[in-house]
Ligand binder design. Structure first.
Ligand code: CAA
Length: 258
């Protein structure tokens, strides 16, 4: 259990679960809530017992965006002074795998939070959109950048300009969602996958995340160089010795995370 106001954390073995918990406002993300998400992620990042982080929403939605009530009276100077998106940037630096379990609305800042996840599992009822255009603003927590890297310019512009609701099916066929499940099964299926991933050697999981993320930003040759360094690095780990020894001894490996 935890002392957070807007989220709930719980652990299922090696999986650290973060529940968005403002169901009355469809988990609209105010600044304090984003700070709590970051704190929970960073705490799990430091916790050796936790190998995978899972995030989901309580109630009818994953998250219907940034809290409009909180934002409405801001101006450019106040947002700059608040450094509004610094916590979001730090969420993007978490080294452990983050899995998103999305049902219901996943809009605006909620969609941006989902795009910060490494893998996304969605319920058939999930609806994705960037409705900021209808408020005469635009995504500000990475939406224009991350969506474009995933979908390409043409689709990203269509989705962000229109603000239209994108069905779970379309999100899946566009490649931003890994798997679709019925709403009643989504969380358990995401948890099942998280537990499976938690059995993999954690250092390899972490260095793979780092290398794949580099592929998004780096030219191929630099990415290859980065991959190779991580590949070599893993050969200094106890888990590499254990993994290969266990293979040769025909037994299940016991990975320690170092
Ligand atoms: N901020 C604040 N409150 C929100 C909210 C949000 N993003 N989304 C929903 N709520 C609140 C509603 O005001 C309502 O509160 P009350 O009961 O006190 O009136 C409650 O949640 C339930 O919502 P609705 O009654 O509107 O539910 P609905 O089923 O009729 O409609 C909806 C659902 C289509 C998602 C609608 O709530 C909606 O359009 N929400 C706003 C979506 C949006 O524009 N998100 C983008 C925000 S901007 C952003 O995210 C910027 C960024 O990049 C960081």
């Amino acid at each position: 259990m935890s002392d957070y106001q807007y989220i709930i954390t719980e652990e299922e073995g090696p999986v650290g679960i973060v529940w968005l918990n403002r169901p009355k406002v469809l988990n609209a993300l105010n600044r304090a809530m984003v700070r709590e998400i970051l704190q929970a992620f960073e705490a799990y990042g430091q916790d050796d017992r936790i190998r995978v982080i899972l995030i989901a929403g309580k109630g009818k939605a994953f998250a219907a965006g940034a809290d409009i009530d909180e934002m409405a009276e801001e101006d450019s100077v106040s947002l700059e002074l608040l450094n509004q998106f610094a916590d979001w940037d730090r969420i993007g630096q978490i080294k452990k795998p983050i899995i998103g379990s999305v049902h219901g609305y996943c809009l605006g800042g909620g969609f941006e939070l989902a795009l910060l996840c490494d893998l996304l599992f969605a319920a058939n009822d999930a609806k994705f959109a960037f409705p900021e255009i209808n408020l005469a603003v635009m995504p500000g927590a990475g939406g224009t950048q991350r969506l474009t890297k995933l979908l390409g310019k043409t689709k990203a512009l269509e989705w962000i300009w229109s603000g239209d609701m994108i069905s779970a099916e379309e999100a899946f066929s566009s490649g931003i969602v890994n798997k679709l499940y019925p709403a009643e099964a989504i969380f358990e299926e995401a948890l099942k996958f998280a537990k499976k991933l938690a059995e993999k050697p954690p250092l390899a999981v972490r260095l793979i995340k780092e290398a794949v993320n580099k592929a998004v930003d780096y030219p191929l040759q630099e990415g290859m160089y980065f991959e190779r360094k991580n590949f070599y690095l893993l050969f200094s780990s106890q888990d590499q010795k254990e993994g290969m020894k266990a293979f040769m001894e025909k037994r299940k490996p016991d990975f320690k995370g170092y």
